[in-house]
Design a protein around this ligand. Structure first.
Ligand code: GP0
Length: 828
């Protein structure tokens, strides 16, 4: 029997396999009230979590005490989404306890993988934006930066997806139905926040005007803390998520006597606020409840920050901007800007200029998209109803901005004022949250080089003229702990053997692996690992879909939210082209390929759902067509989420990153797939460009129009019909969609895609990029035929993407935005 000892850092107590076993059994008895003979896997999992938590809470206490004693400056990450996935194996890996736990459990007769499957995903996010937040808090803790994540404790995370006759069905996600061992409720830190009501102007005895907000409704925010365990480091930071509750009797009284006139039915019930995550990715719903969600968590969080600050500084605000920096994850939390102004001006009675000065030192804003439908706007009328005082403050911020900044640089230029105004004029005036965020922040960043350039040139050019130094870039990254070490243990082990064990916290070390790219033995080892990962995924696919796939085929994977701009339908057209070629030419020579998709569509996004339906129907037809002789298989994995990503990514040969150039801000799946040795088929968009720079053009299949070519094509009038008539393959495929070939007896069921590409004008240039895409895929097919050639390319992908660790992103934020210092945690 071997006994490992943890290598965890100084903030966390060391522990060995024997001690872990004792702890698990103790928790089985005294926490779960059961024993080894009758415990269910669920109970074993809970007991193991409780044992792990002994180390986690230890680190948490030490971290919090150290930060308090050292009075550290801290980052406050404000995000409406955190896509955490499961925490069990992540926490074990980061504590350096995974192998001990595996050993301990196996000596107790349990299989760690079975226990891992007891955990529901914590899916409090939609996609890239929420997952980025999760990677960032992992890196912050790992790098020992004082930081806290703030967000909402949704009762229901992103919906569960299933397919019924190929169509997406949504069911509620109940991730904490049976409790969640990783969270701690903190009733001592409850906050109360206000919404609705009206503003009264009053004058004090000196005749000074004051604004008094008489809220219509008070809501209680209850914080739940999720410890965020740094890798092999000493820090355990906190993710603090607010749950809404009805306020107590006293406040209801305030509400009743507050002159509230609206009908009770129109009112949003307090508990509803944190009920459910909005499932729209990159679209602005503009709903009242959503605005209240945003304000609710922002207001609770600011009050929490100020309470902590006042504990050491009382009413002296002079140190506030030295202690506090707040990162706004997109504009979703931008209402924090007028909220802090309200607190400072109305509550702390600070002069406007001084308050504004403070605000502009505290906030920084990350833009995640240029898509117009995602740029948040709130109807002034709605704002006025929900947050009447904040609307006044926004008007005043805007008035001063237009007079003191815009009119100074462009005197008398009303077009500039109209374009830059935080309030969009019109029939139904709107508050532009992006404008507000830029004006109220000291720094604005995009998430990849090209995207940050486009933020400056296309989205906010005048803001750049006003504040050239405000704009910067921080290219996204992903945590290599979850996205290589934990999800691909076999590859991690090979890397440990070949290049040492420093890479998880120093990902540039991976470049040493390039030295083995021509080494036949290492190539074989690398490809054998890929093969095993593919075989494991094939088992998962069989279980979830009952489809048999051959692990020797190319595994070609597209996993991301379903969006027209991400062009899952371009992928589908390629599949149809191959299928048609095989039917026309039975001996058509191609390397067998399995096309795997994972994607959820926003429930209200019609065309996205039609694309899912089409993929499922076409998959069904192709998978049952004997003439194909298994050259093509198509699989749509149901309920794609972090946990499925962890199984798919290590098994990918080809990574589909095929957005229309200029549309994908960065992408982060592209990084995870390349890190695990997949070869990218991609456009020159987002971080693909930087991935291509790192891995070199021989090791990536770039195709399609560039950003400039896309712009030129639109400027000259793009006509998708031209491609339809000029390319017989395109015509045949699109016409095919209108027949009942894939939906027997129901012609036209898949016609929505054709319609959007022809009558709809093909806004994302699918037809324009089709031909070069197919060529790129043919090149990939050729590459795969030469095993050594492929192994080398795949290995070089893993070796050369060290740049894309979220640790590097965080260091970029620290030097370009946050100006934080590391804080080594001391054990008591
Ligand atoms: C961007 F605006 N992203 C948004 C949004 O509402 N949701 C969202 O997930 C994504 C971008 O699309 C991205 O390019 C990017 O990498 C990610 O934010 C993190 O910056 C691909 O997921």
């Amino acid at each position: 029997m071997k006994t490992h000892t943890s290598t965890a850092g100084s903030g966390i107590t060391q522990i060995n396999t024997e001690q872990l076993k004792e702890q698990i059994i103790r928790h089985l008895h005294s926490t779960l009230g059961t024993d080894v003979n009758k415990a269910s896997p669920q109970a074993w999992w809970s007991a193991t979590c409780a044992a792990v938590n002994e180390q986690v809470f230890d680190g948490l206490r030490n971290t919090q005490r150290t930060h308090y004693e050292q009075n550290t400056r801290a980052l406050h990450y404000f995000s409406l989404e955190y896509l955490m996935g499961r925490l069990f194996s992540n926490n074990l890996h980061n504590l350096g306890l995974y192998s001990q736990a595996k050993q301990a459990l196996s000596e107790l007769g349990m299989n760690i993988a079975d226990l891992e499957d007891q955990e529901e995903d914590m899916a409090l996010g939609n996609g890239g934006l929420g997952r980025l937040a999760a990677c960032f808090i992992d890196s912050l803790a790992t790098l020992n930066y004082p930081a806290i994540g703030y967000g909402i404790h949704y009762e229901h995370g992103l919906f569960r997806q299933s397919f019924q006759d190929g169509r997406q069905i949504e069911r509620p996600d109940s991730w904490r139905e049976y409790g969640n061992p990783w969270e701690i409720c903190r009733p001592e830190s409850v906050q109360e926040i206000s919404v609705y009501g009206y503003v009264e102007t009053v004058y004090d005895l000196q005749g000074k005007m004051k604004k008094v907000w008489h809220p219509g409704r008070i809501i209680k925010g209850v914080p739940w803390d999720i410890p965020v365990v740094g890798y092999n480091g000493s820090s355990v930071n906190v993710l603090r998520l607010w749950e809404s509750r009805a306020s107590d009797f006293f406040n209801w009284d305030v509400f009743n006597s507050g002159g509230y006139i609206d009908s009770a039915r129109e009112n949003i019930e307090a508990e509803t606020i944190s009920k459910v995550l909005y499932p729209n990715d990159e679209t602005d719903a503009g709903k009242e409840l959503r605005l209240i969600q945003q304000y609710f968590f922002v207001s609770c969080s600011l009050k929490d920050i100020i309470r902590r600050y006042k504990r050491s500084h009382g009413d002296d605000w002079s140190e506030f901007a030295k202690q506090v920096v707040i990162q706004l994850n997109d504009t979703h939390p931008a209402v924090a800007i007028p909220e802090l102004m309200r607190i400072l001006v109305d509550r702390a009675e600070m002069q406007w200029d001084q308050a504004w000065n403070l605000c502009q030192q505290v906030f920084a804003y990350t833009n995640h998209t240029l898509l117009p439908e995602a740029l948040e706007k709130w109807a002034v009328r709605l704002f006025e109803k929900v947050l009447p005082r904040h609307l006044e403050i926004i008007y005043e911020i805007n008035r001063r901005f237009l007079v003191e900044q815009v009119d100074v640089l462009w005197p008398g230029d009303n077009d500039k004022k109209r374009k830059l105004s935080i309030i969009e004029d019109g029939h139904d005036p709107m508050v532009r949250m992006g404008h507000l965020s830029v004006v109220g922040s000291f720094r604005v960043n995009g998430v990849a080089e090209i995207h940050s350039q486009l933020v400056k040139s296309d989205l906010f050019p005048e803001m750049v003229a006003l504040w050239p130094d405000k704009f910067t870039n921080v290219t996204n990254g992903v945590t290599p702990r979850r996205w290589l070490k934990a999800c691909n243990p076999k590859l991690a082990k090979l890397l440990d053997e070949k290049i040492g064990t420093a890479w998880p916290t120093d990902l540039k070390q991976l470049s040493k692996f390039a030295a083995f790219a021509d080494d036949a033995a290492v190539q074989d080892a690398f490809m054998a690992i890929k093969q095993q990962n593919k075989a494991e995924l094939a088992t998962v696919v069989k279980k979830l879909t009952n489809i048999d796939i051959d692990p020797h085929a190319i595994f070609d994977i597209q996993i991301k939210r379903l969006h027209e701009y991400k062009r899952q339908h371009l992928n589908l057209l390629h599949i149809l082209a191959l299928y048609r070629r095989i039917l026309q030419e039975p001996d058509y020579d191609m390397t067998p390929r399995v096309f795997l998709f994972g994607a959820k569509a926003a429930p209200g996004y019609k065309l996205a759902k039609e694309i899912i339906y089409a993929i499922n129907k076409i998959a069904d037809k192709i998978n049952h067509d004997k003439r194909i002789k298994n050259r093509i298989k198509v699989v749509f994995m149901p309920n794609y989420r972090v946990t499925l990503a962890e199984k798919m990514i290590p098994a990918a040969d080809v990574s589909e990153q095929i957005s229309t150039a200029g549309k994908e801000a960065s992408g982060t799946g592209n990084m995870k797939l390349a890190l695990n040795g997949a070869i990218t088929v991609g456009t020159l968009d987002g971080a693909n460009i930087e991935i291509a720079e790192e891995v070199g053009e021989d090791n990536i299949a770039i195709f399609g129009l560039t950003v400039d070519e896309v712009k030129a094509l639109h400027a000259n009038g793009y006509n998708s019909m031209d491609y339809y008539y000029a390319n017989p393959e395109i015509k045949a495929i699109l016409d095919w969609l209108e027949t009942d070939y894939f939906t027997p007896g129901k012609p036209g069921e898949l016609a929505a895609i054709k319609r959007s590409l022809l009558e709809g004008g093909d806004p994302y240039l699918v037809l324009a990029d089709f031909e070069t895409y197919v060529k790129a895929q043919e090149k990939v097919d050729q590459w795969y035929r030469d095993k050594a050639c492929w192994a080398k390319k795949a290995m070089l992908n893993t070796a050369l993407v060290g740049k894309f660790t979220s640790d590097r992103s965080i260091e970029d934020y620290v030097s370009r935005v946050w100006q934080l210092e590391k804080c080594a945690v001391k054990r008591s």
